[in-house]
Design a protein around this ligand. Structure first.
Ligand SMILES: [Zn+2]
Length: 251
């Protein structure tokens, strides 16, 4: 059997749609965004993409009030429901190190953790507007990634047979996405390079092939990363899209 991808719900984050998800569109709307981790099944190694958000109290106090996380949404419990033990994960790939993607790493005791080097260096010393995103020491927090013994990546790399990590900066300086070769085509786990399917639909009237995400570090790179993903992907799985749960696994 070929590779399969399981999206797992690890909580929800309440945010303004026009500020975070779709730049300048629906600025009066509030949405509950899923915090998603992705289990890739079928390779020799057991692979996970991202390790999920902070606990509910921390999420509400420091990030987005109205965020939720139940005990069964903790990553190790979400994985157990599909028959995978956290300690059996061999590889964890990080799309980036924002607070909603890299908590809970201590549950994966036997994994190799991979992150882009540009992401790690920025996360360690972010500019002030990103102190909360990375839970910086500068504001008295302890970044969740400090204890992770990372292996750093600097360019496109096949990390397991059929699973390739490639740089997609823009949302954050060292963001990366994951291409998974399945029997039905290439699925790209975009991370926050693409927040929701609406980013991918664009706006033909404005001659925009894509609709930008609302939260970004470099809008030029956001656009180039959209184009790079479009070159590689037959299908995309966006970072904060509730519709990915309409199917249990892909393909
Ligand atoms: Zn995110």
């Amino acid at each position: 059997m070929g590779l399969r991808i399981w999206p797992l719900l690890c909580g929800t984050i309440r945010s303004n749609k026009g500020l975070v998800n779709t730049l300048g569109k629906d600025v009066d709307k509030w949405v509950d965004n899923p915090s998603v981790i992705w289990y890739i099944e079928g390779a020799k190694e057991k692979i996970l993409v991202d390790t999920g958000m902070a606990d509910e109290e921390r999420a509400n106090k420091w990030h987005y009030p109205g965020s939720r996380r139940t005990p069964d949404q903790e990553p190790q419990n979400a994985l157990r429901r599909i028959g995978v033990r956290a300690e059996d994960i061999d590889i964890v790939i990080y799309t980036h190190l924002h607070w909603d993607h890299c908590h809970n790493a201590d549950k994966f005791k036997n994994a190799t953790f991979m992150v882009h080097r540009d992401e790690l260096s920025f996360a360690i010393a972010p500019i002030p507007p990103y102190y909360r995103s990375y839970e910086a020491l500068a504001i008295g927090l302890r970044p969740p990634f400090l204890e992770i013994p990372f292996e750093t990546i600097t360019k496109e790399k096949e990390v397991a047979k059929g699973v390739t990590v490639f740089p997609t900066p823009g949302h954050s300086p060292g963001h990366q996405s994951v291409a998974v070769e399945t029997d039905k085509g290439v699925y790209v786990i975009t991370g926050d390079a693409v927040f929701v399917y609406e980013n991918w639909e664009g706006d033909s009237e404005r001659k925009m092939r894509f609709w930008p995400i609302g939260r970004y570090y470099d809008i030029g790179k956001v656009w180039e990363s959209f184009e790079r993903i479009a070159e590689i992907a037959d299908f995309i799985l966006p970072g904060h899209e509730m519709k990915v749960f309409e199917r249990e696994a892909y393909p």
